[in-house]
Design a binder for this molecule. Structure first.
Ligand SMILES: [Fe+2]
Ligand SMILES: [Fe+2]
Length: 184
C-alpha cells in the first residue's frame, strides 16, 4: 500500500508540477523505474561531491568516513546498474532537484564557515541530510519492488540501504564524540 499522500498525488495528477513525477508515469512500475532513475542520478552527484567535502574536513576519522563512503557510493552506482540489468531496462539518470538542493546547500554552508571544528560540524550535518535522503529513497524502492513482485532486486537495494544507515550511524557517533570532547 502506498502512503495516502503519495496515492493522492498520483491519482490527482498534481505530480506533473512537482518535478519528481511526470505525465509519462502511468503505472506503479513507471513510478518505480522513475525513482530508480532519480536515485541513480543522486548517487552519481553524491560521488562527485564527496571529494570536495573530503578536502574541507579536518577531523581525521571524518575524512576516513567520507573516503570509505565515497568508495561505497561508487559501488551503489554499480549496484543500481545491476538492478536496471535485472529489470531489463536502460539506466537513465534523471535530474533530481532534491539531491541537487541538498548538495548545493552543503557547498554553500561550507563556504561560509571558517572555524575548522564548526566546519566539520557543518559537513557532518550536510552528509547526514544526504544519507537520510538516500535512506528514504531506498526504503520506498524496496517497498515498491516487493509490491511489484520484483523480489529479485530487493536484496541489492537492501544492501545499499544498510550501507547508508551505517554511514549515518558513523556520522552520528563522530558528531557525538566531538560534542563529548568539547564538554570534557
Ligand atoms: Fe548511496
Ligand atoms: Fe550514502
Amino acid at each position: 500500500m502506498l502512503p495516502v499522500a503519495i496515492s493522492s498525488i498520483i491519482l490527482s495528477g498534481k505530480g506533473a508540477t512537482m518535478g519528481l513525477f511526470s505525465k509519462d508515469i502511468k503505472t506503479m512500475n513507471d513510478l518505480f523505474l522513475h525513482m530508480l532513475d532519480d536515485i541513480y542520478y543522486a548517487e552519481q552527484q553524491i560521488a562527485k561531491s564527496l571529494p570536495d567535502m573530503m578536502k574541507k574536513v579536518s577531523h581525521p576519522e571524518l575524512r576516513t568516513g567520507f573516503e570509505t563512503h565515497l568508495r561505497e557510493t561508487e559501488i551503489h552506482v554499480k549496484r543500481l546498474e545491476k538492478v536496471f540489468e535485472k529489470l531489463d531496462v536502460t539506466a537513465n539518470a534523471v535530474d533530481c532537484p532534491a539531491i541537487d538542493g541538498i548538495l548545493k546547500e552543503a557547498k554553500k554552508i561550507a563556504g561560509e564557515v571558517d572555524d575548522k571544528s564548526v566546519l566539520d560540524a557543518a559537513l557532518i550535518a550536510a552528509a547526514q541530510a544526504v544519507e537520510y535522503y538516500e535512506i528514504t529513497r531506498y526504503g520506498t524502492l524496496i517497498v515498491w519492488a516487493k509490491d511489484l513482485g520484483r523480489d529479485d532486486v530487493v536484496g541489492l537495494l537492501n544492501t545499499t540501504l544498510e550501507e547508508e544507515k551505517a554511514a549515518d550511524k558513523k556520522l552520528t557517533s563522530i558528531a557525538e564524540a566531538k560534542v563529548n570532547r568539547r564538554a570534557a
